[in-house]
Design a protein around this ligand. Sequence first.
Ligand code: FAD
Length: 381
Amino acid sequence: MLSVLIAGGGLVGCVNACMFGRKGWRVTVFESRSDPRGNALEKGRSFNLALGFRAMETLKHIGILEDVIKMGVPIKQKISHQEDKEGVLENLALLKEGDFILTINRQKLSELLIQKAEGYSSVKFSFDHKAIKYDVECKKLLVESPDGSQINVDGDLILACDGAHSTIRRSLLKTPRFNFNQKYCDIGYMDLSVTIENVSELKLGIHYSWRRKGVILVALVNRDRTLTVSLFANFTVFAENCSTPEDSVLFFQRYFSLIYSIIGERHIFDTFSRYKPQAIISVLCSRHGFFDKLLLMGDAAHAMLPFQGQGANCGFEDCLVLQEILEETGEDDLKSLVKKYSEVRTNDTNMMNQMEWEGYVQLVEDLQNLNRSLGWFNKMQ
Ligand code: FAD
């Protein structure tokens, strides 16, 4: 029986686990965090993913699409408010009749994927186990157990799906001719999602956004009486307007009065007391395959800015492409699998990454062109 070791049990790690589990491979997933199932949503860092056709094709492939659609919300329309101008209801630009963007909380999707992967008898999750590095000498994965002991684990294939700050990728940086580039953007995000009894002002199935100079606030109603609220703002805006919880409350009251009235002063105050805006990183690698048996996948290979919502979509597509190439090369030629996957996927995802960055540059320009500066806000207090 062939074996695959997966570092990272996030979205991409779990989809890979499902695909290899279905094929009957022995799959071990090493996840540095504890089992997320049953835990409350991670406050301040939670967000909804917008999934398009790339992700939905992958979810269909592992037989989970119907469940995900039931948990998420299909979106076909948006209302975008610019400064004080009321937005109007518009249809999203979708490829064909019947298409939609599916929004779903990332943590809930991740839990569902763990559940699905664990359903295969050959898949085993080792939570609280941290992948430390790929050991070039013995061609094994070095893993740390919760008691601090470290062991080398062997597998026929090793998939590094350990996210944007990948430890495995870091252990490869001295590999000759492997180039790696990381860039943070000037916009950070803050999650203000909340559970509410009744939101009559906002409807299920509509993507709401409010734009101000240097800022976008996004709101989405979920099925489970939660409202996802994400504030994306230039770090200067955060520094000038939200440096204290009191200022943050005033900022919402003045500029986002509807959301202020729905989520309430207490929630805004508490969120800004406890959490800081999160930075957003973009990662490019000159190749994704190493030593005939190791692949970087998902954010570990190509973390993208989130403004066009392509990161998870591309990560899911990685898994599908890997299976397609495996069909071509066959299971007894993993060396060719690694080589071919790296050739195909590095180019494609680098192009997507570049497009995300160009979209971000355009977005920053659009936000700068909005007339009213927020700079005067603090001076008025
Ligand atoms: P992750 O989801 O980060 O999972 C990595 C896993 O590895 C984690 O569970 C982590 O605990 C674990 N891990 C880390 N280090 C180790 C280690 N050393 N050993 C073992 N385990 C380890 N994408 C979209 O497609 N649509 C969107 O709308 C969208 N919106 C986004 C909004 C925001 C604000 C952000 C920040 C991102 C957004 N993305 C979106 C991108 C998307 O979240 C990522 O592309 C996706 O989560 C990547 O999945 P992954 O499995 O590669 O990495």
